[in-house]
Design a binder for this molecule. Structure first.
Ligand code: ARG
Length: 282
């Protein structure tokens, strides 16, 4: 007897994203294990690669906004860290490292101009790098950048229950380097990046999750952007692309190798402006 596995039907929802062109991108300091200032970065290639991400999001029908890049902020391309946005509520980051601290001001100004009422985090926390809305909860990373105290603050400001997850491997310093939200009820993650207790939590909440191999995780394959159907991810993560396909998703491989030198991938460059319910005011 042959059995045919049922492949779920995945539907895309039109999203709104905030990106920042990597005009001042460079690796001038090292605040995560991927960054080696001695290794040259090809700035023109970084810009071209980023443009391929921008185009891919636009071609999928999403609305893409940009925030103006500022000089001397080489990591500002990683907009996901600037704020956590859930249901139109905004918690602007408080960066752990002084090198990135001024990015908060730029984000606060952008959100104000765009009509939001942003709160600025009192505790170190790095936006959607560590706070990922999924279904009616927020998955939150606790690790080198964001503390459990910040999780409590996020729950209060963003108004949704927060599930804290402990990151244990310095290479996976933000939640979005080790876990991606694919749909309202599906995620993918690398078990090796989380504490034993957090692995138990993830297994209980998402028993059908896609699990990444060490190799795909090391290609930053989990730093992926999903609209519910299409999943933009680093092209080197071949195993994940195959698993996504088998689960009904459409992988969209992207080459962002220059940005990877700073420890970033598609998701780090993409802040989702998660909407207020029923188009309500932010
Ligand atoms: N160089 C940046 C940093 O270490 C990379 C940030 C990547 N962003 C992300 N959402 N994981 O802060």
């Amino acid at each position: 007897m042959t059995t045919t596995a049922l492949v779920p039907i995945r539907t895309a929802r039109r999203r709104r994203y905030l990106l920042c062109p990597p005009v001042h991108f460079a690796v001038e300091y090292s605040i995560n294990p991927w960054m080696d200032p001695a290794r040259p970065v090809d700035a023109a290639a970084a810009l071209r690669q980023w443009e391929s991400l921008y185009r891919a999001l636009r071609d999928l029908g999403h609305r893409v906004e940009t925030i103006a890049p500022r000089p001397r902020l080489p990591d500002m391309v990683f907009t996901a860290n600037g704020a956590a946005v859930v249901d139109g509520r905004v918690l602007v980051a408080r960066f752990r490292h002084p090198e990135r601290a001024p990015e908060s001001l730029a984000h606060r100004a952008w959100f104000r101009t765009a009509g939001y009422r942003p709160a600025v985090a009192a505790r170190p926390s790095e936006g959607q790098g560590d706070f990922l809305p999924v279904g009616d909860r927020i998955l939150a990373g606790a690790g080198p950048r964001t503390s459990p105290a910040a999780h409590r603050e996020a729950q209060r400001v963003l108004g949704r229950p927060v599930v804290g997850l402990r990151l244990t491997d310095p290479r996976y310093y933000h939640l979005d380097t080790a876990l991606a939200v694919l749909s309202e009820d599906q995620i993918m993650y690398y078990p090796g990046a989380f504490s034993r207790e957090s692995n138990r939590t993830l297994r209980a909440l998402y028993p059908r999750a896609i699990l990444a191999t060490a190799q795909d995780a090391a290609a930053l394959g989990l730093n992926a952007v999903s609209d519910g159907r299409h999943v933009l991810l680093p092209e080197a993560a071949h195993g994940l692309a195959a698993r996504l396909h088998a689960d009904g998703f459409r992988p969209v491989p992207l080459r962002l190798t220059e940005l990877l030198k700073a420890g970033g991938g598609p998701k780090c460059c993409t802040l989702e402006l998660h909407p207020a319910p029923q188009g309500g005011r932010p």
